[in-house]
Design a protein around this ligand. Structure first.
Ligand code: SF4
Length: 131
């Protein structure tokens, strides 16, 4: 089955659902390796990924920002990236010298639109399902 590519502003920490864009893989060090080429995931990929637990523990997905349907939406922006950036910064994880990672969704990313390079510096430490 073919799925349509998502449009509009994308959440870079979305659930694993058909039509989402695979944007990264969580490595053994807990950091996300970005996938620069846009790849829309289908049910077959997700079924295989779920065999090993929630895909959001090992992959990152981008899909349309849910805005009012999401608990992180303040009414005008996403508060999650600010919280995550504060945490990563206070843990000394961030280096401003790092080059921007290749990213399949940067020009449509909600976090990039709000915080630019700060968002990218934080994004590599984000695991959507960290349970
Ligand atoms: S408000 Fe933030 S966390 Fe919620 S869907 Fe949008 S970008 Fe993702």
């Amino acid at each position: 089955m073919t799925v349509e590519k998502p449009t509009g502003t994308l959440c870079p920490s979305s659930l694993a659902e058909p039509g989402a864009i695979l944007i990264g893989i969580v490595g053994d060090d807990g950091c996300v390796a970005h996938i620069a080429t846009e790849m829309t995931v289908e049910e077959t990929f997700l079924e295989r990924a779920k065999v090993h637990g929630p895909p959001e523990r090992r992959f990152r997905f981008g899909a349309p920002c849910q805005q009012q349907l999401c608990s992180h939406w303040t009414g005008s922006e996403c508060d999650l990236i600010g919280q995550l950036h504060f945490y990563a910064s206070s843990e000394g994880l961030l280096s401003q010298e790092k080059a921007l990672p290749h990213c399949a969704i940067r020009n449509r990313c909600r976090w990039w639109a709000q915080r630019g390079k700060e968002a990218c510096a934080t994004c590599i430490y984000v695991v959507t399902d960290a349970t």
